[in-house]
Design a binder for this molecule. Structure first.
Ligand SMILES: Nc1ncnc2c1ncn2[C@@H]1O[C@H](COP(=O)(O)OP(=O)(O)OP(=O)(O)O)[C@@H](O)[C@H]1O
Length: 705
């Protein structure tokens, strides 16, 4: 509590130490006003803030006050003291005295007074009759016997003696008070009687009876106590309320924590579900891809199956035909079923053997392209000087015409007169021209594998025929490629149509490069003079090496062996074919080397060893996405191609022979007087045509890829 007299002039201020006893205080003030007229009065009160002992003293049911209760109590005490001091100040107003309050908080009253004296430089201090109870240090040395009357402590050693005397003589009733000079602290006069205030004092009429006052004080104490108890009760209630609310808050916090935990769990579950969803989406995509590839595979299997069915049907028919032929007169059947062309027709077809229509020349004659009976044909003119008799020729040709396979060049007819053979025209060059890069685009590895498979398929067919047919002159120039890069072996059986003497004597004269031709010939043939199925395997091995490497024949086998030994196959592979699948290519390279073994016994079997490697290899080529193969080089499924015009069919129709043809082409064939199958040359049961919708749809689908 701060002082309100700090700026006051210490000489004009009289300090009056007041307690809580109103009665005593009134007496003291009354005295002071009377004896210090004209001076200002400062009410000094030492407030004991920690007098909580009074609580326990008052026996408040063992209540242990808490901090806030203590504070409240102190606050209340402070307010009460201020109120009391204010009342004291008010009692001085009628007397026209200017009064102040000085409240000092101190547990010890003596120390409080001493502190006030020192801090405020107090010169005049009036204390009650009990002043001597307090040990004011030096100030109280001579006050021990003062019992009843007010005491004036003159504390300033510089107090004017005259002024002091004036006060003493004029204002202070003799015998009522005791004076102290703080300078010499000498007792001036002892107070022997109990203070009885002068009846002339104006305060007398407001003074109460002592007992009344005591009652009043007691009552006030009681009120204070009940207020305290009330306050404590209220506090207790508030605390209980607070505790309840605290519990409620705690409960809500717990609930919130539970909800948060649940939320976390839900979030975890959510993220786990999201993971599951993305995983299942991945799986779904994978499965979709698998389904697509399975469907593709199924389509290719169906295509294969269809092709095989056709082949099977062909084979069955051929067997029947051959049986019939075997039973019937050969010359008769030839005349009936195998087209024979006149020399005039051949002449017309080749535009009088126009040199610009000549497409090649080999040991066994020249080859012209031509247009015969609305068909594109290649006509091979055999050397007349080396040929057999007419009958022999006709018989041989007829036998050859029965040998049909999708990978064998179809013999469409002959002209016995001019000893010429009429073949289907293959418009995409030979394997030789492709490997020599005479064509625009290098063959991709997928096409090369397909070509190898085609050759192998044709050889298996020939070798398994009854009797076994040996090609005997297999080399890249004999492998013709149609528009769909389907390989067709040409020149089957030609040597048998030409005199043997010529065959063995020709090499240096007709062949451009005899060494190259010999590179494909089985080494055992030079020893035994005999061609065997393994001779074809040898030639096939050399072609295989050329397909893999695209290298010249010279040192080909040696280079491949070396590369495989050094595990550096890539160095010899033809990189223009694209990225070869390593494992299968390596397998094939080993196989090719085995085919090229000098001893036929060491060569692999066509079916069990070569086909079993090539066939699955080819399947992977089919799996290769079409967009990875240049459109120009894309393999067209062979059954999409019309056997007559060799183009993808737009309106496929099934004829009585079971084969499907382009409608326009087959109608043209039938309308030009034919009643035989263009494929088998057998007589057709009828000439009705049925649209092949399934194939039509398959072609459309394939074209949209
Ligand atoms: N049906 C055909 N369609 C298109 N071109 C063909 C056909 N038959 C042969 N040829 C072409 O004629 C060329 C000559 O073929 P041919 O079979 O007469 O001789 P070769 O194979 O080059 O050599 P050789 O017969 O002396 O071993 C072939 O390289 C080929 O380009």
């Amino acid at each position: 509590m701060g002082s309100i007299v700090e700026d006051a002039d210490t000489d004009t201020v009289v300090y009056v130490a007041v307690g809580k006893n109103a009665y005593k205080t009134q007496q003291l003030l009354h005295w002071t006003v009377k004896n210090f007229s004209g001076k200002e009065i400062c009410l000094l009160h030492i407030h004991q803030p920690h007098s909580l002992n009074s609580f326990s003293d008052r026996n408040l049911s063992g209540y242990e006050p808490k901090d806030h209760a203590t504070k409240a109590f102190q606050e209340h005490g402070n307010q009460t003291v201020h109120k009391l001091l204010d009342q004291y100040v008010l009692t001085l107003v009628p007397a026209g005295v200017r009064a102040y309050k000085l409240l000092i908080e101190m547990d010890d009253i003596e120390k409080g007074i001493t502190k006030a004296i020192a801090q405020h430089n107090i010169r005049w201090l009036v204390m009650g009759a009990a002043a001597d109870r307090y040990n004011l240090g030096e100030y109280s040395k001579h006050t021990s016997d003062i019992e009843t009357g007010p005491a004036l402590l003159v504390l300033n050693p510089n107090t004017d003696a005259k002024q002091f005397e004036n006060i003493k003589s004029e204002s202070i009733p003799v015998g009522a008070l005791k004076y102290f000079d703080s300078y010499d602290m000498k007792e001036i006069k002892s107070v022997s009687s109990h203070l009885s205030l002068n009846s002339k004092w104006p305060f007398n009429n407001v003074m109460m009876d002592r007992s009344k006052l005591a009652d009043l004080m007691f009552h006030e104490d009681k009120t204070f106590e009940s207020q305290c108890a009330k306050e404590i009760r209220r506090r207790k209630e508030v605390e209980e309320q607070l505790a309840r609310e605290k519990q409620e808050v705690q409960k809500m916090k717990n609930q919130r924590d539970e909800i948060l935990e649940e939320l976390q769990m839900v979030q975890d579950q959510n993220s786990a579900l999201m993971n599951q969803i993305s995983e299942s989406q991945c799986t779904e995509t994978e499965l979709e891809e698998k389904i697509i590839s399975a469907v593709d595979l199924l389509i290719s299997f169906r295509e294969q199956r269809d092709r095989l069915r056709i082949e099977h049907a062909n084979a069955v028919r051929e067997v029947k035909v051959l049986r019939k032929i075997g039973e019937a007169d050969t010359s008769f059947s030839y005349r009936v079923e195998f087209p024979a062309f006149s020399f005039v027709e051949i002449n017309e077809a080749t535009n009088d053997f126009d040199p610009s229509w000549k497409i090649g020349e080999g040991r066994y004659g020249s080859v012209y392209k031509g247009q015969l009976r609305n068909m594109h044909v290649a006509i091979k003119m055999l050397p007349s000087y080396g040929c057999q008799s007419l009958l022999e020729f006709q018989h041989q040709v007829e036998v050859l015409s029965r040998v049909r396979h999708p990978n064998l060049l179809t013999l469409m007819g002959s002209c016995a007169e001019s000893r010429s053979l009429v073949y289907e025209y293959i418009n995409n060059g030979s394997l030789e021209s492709h490997l020599a890069h005479k064509e625009k685009n290098p063959l991709p590895w997928q096409i090369r594998i397909s070509i190898a498979t085609d050759i192998c398929s044709a050889l298996i067919f020939l070798h398994s025929s009854e009797p076994c047919i040996i090609h005997g002159n297999l080399k890249p120039s004999k492998v013709l490629l149609d528009a769909n890069f389907v390989a067709k072996l040409s020149d089957l059986g030609i040597p048998s149509l030409v005199q043997r003497s010529l065959d063995s004597a020709d090499t240096s004269t007709i062949c451009n490069n005899p060494n190259e031709r010999l590179a494909y010939v089985d080494p055992e043939y030079f020893v035994t003079g005999k061609l065997t199925p393994e001779s074809d395997v040898y030639s096939f091995g050399v072609i295989l090496l050329q397909l893999l490497t695209g290298r010249p024949l010279l040192g080909l086998v040696r280079d491949m062996k070396c590369a495989l030994e050094k595990e550096n196959l890539k160095a010899v592979l033809d990189s223009s074919a694209g990225e070869w699948p390593f494992f299968q290519t390596e397998q094939l390279a080993y196989l090719a080397l085995r085919c090229c073994e000098k001893t036929w016994l060491n060569r692999p079997d066509l079916v069990s060893e070569i086909w079993s490697v090539l066939e699955p290899f080819k399947a992977t080529c089919i799996d290769t996405p079409p967009h990875l193969i240049s459109k120009k080089l894309r393999r067209i499924p062979s059954h999409f191609v019309c056997p007559i015009v060799q183009e993808v069919m737009e309106d496929p129709y099934i004829a009585a022979d079971g084969f499907t043809y382009e409608e326009e082409a087959i109608r043209g064939w039938l309308n030009s007087g034919h009643d035989t199958s263009p494929m088998t040359n057998l007589k057709l049961d009828h000439t009705d045509l049925v649209p092949n919708y399934a194939l039509h749809n398959a072609i459309l689908e394939w074209q949209q890829q």
